[in-house]
Unconditional design. Sequence first.
Length: 457
Amino acid sequence: MKYEKNILCIGAGYVGGPSMAMIAYKCPTCKVTVVDINHQRIAAWNSDDLPLYEPGLDAVIAATRGKNLFFGADIEAGIRENDIIFVSVNTPTKVFGVGAGMAADLQYWEKTARQILQYSQSPKIVIEKGTLPVKTALAMERILSNNKTVHFDVLSNPEFLSEGTALRDLENPDRVLIGYRDTESGIMARDTIVEIYAHWVPQERIITSSIWSSELSKLVANAFLAQRISSINAISALCERADADITEVATVVGMDSRLGNKFLNASVGFGGSCFKKDILSLVYLCRHYGLNEVADYWEGVVKINQYQNDRFIANMLSAMFNTLTGKRICLLGFAFKANTGDTRESPAIVIAGRLLEEQAEVVISDPKALKNAGADLEGIAGKISYVLDPHEAAQGCHAVAVLTEWDIYRDLDFQKIYDNMAKPAFIFDGRNILDHKRLFEIGFNVYPIGKPALTHF
Ligand code: UDX
């Protein structure tokens, strides 16, 4: 069968996998191939046990895989046979050398650029799909311009999907952003990518801009979202001291139509693969240009997040008589948020680590993230166990701490949990999702975020 477009995606992760599945689903006339250097991951995409959990993903994969969506490992053939190449490889924060702990590590990105250069025999449109530091496209163009016979157009098309709602976000995006170079071929390349999205996204939500604005917009959108959480988390600390209630404060603030009510839930801290990484990348960029005040301002967002993790542990310690040694603590939730098994930058990693340092015994429960939790805590000394069933996990514990806002935790049998715990029983609600008054009446000492504690002492 002859396809209207042949699309390749290099990188089969949280962005590449779901976003290409959606393109294949919405564009039956396009052939989409996803490749990755990680053969195990490709095998998982080709199996019934997909490499990541995302509500609704199974159905979209079932409808497309083997028809116009293919997962493979042959990167060279992929590059040769497709003229539209999305690049969605990971760009973690650098852990070595210049910019360690701040700048994005571009080694995978550059390797991919060089592979594209090496194997291309016909003109290609290359699209940055991951979140990349500003001016990465320029580096890409420079590498690709070493091939004098093949023409490349580099575009930026950042992905704004949020994990846990990826399919919904992809199907009904607030906006699709395409950054392009204002040249004849750049405009043609832009129109080719617009055509793909126009299959299902209304024209007015497909925004085009310069490549640099596009790259920067993605970093800035994430920085603004994270800033809201850090702002409300900072105020939660004040509420705990001032006998105010963060939920009441957030409701009032969020009703201001200029602000809106989203992303104002105080929590144990934000996690995920994007927020911290992107803010640090923004901070690094500002420092590079000598904008130290601007860098300090944004760095504050990350610092408050760390402070919120620290505060959570400090509260646990002081509530439980300043010693956790030998106490069993149940963590309800390990994923960085609900509806995903992803644990990257999850506050749970920090909290579990600190509890183990305090020589507590940690019991971890999570409906989807136990495998990742095991990998995150591998090699850390101390007593850790992993129990899928939350009621069983809490058995014999001195405290329960809710770290992920999974819906199932709202409806647990807390009377039963209380009856089977050591006394006095403590509950630390790091997501403010439980009915605190009821828990208190059952007999728990309850410590929410940003509200007065309810204690029996
Ligand atoms: C984020 C952006 O939302 C998305 O647009 C971007 O493309 C990638 O990064 P994601 O990391 O999947 O998406 O999760 P998000 O829903 O934004 O949540 C991030 C973290 O903030 C989670 O740990 C979440 O639990 C926390 N959070 C969110 C809060 O603590 N309070 C809130 O009110 C909202």
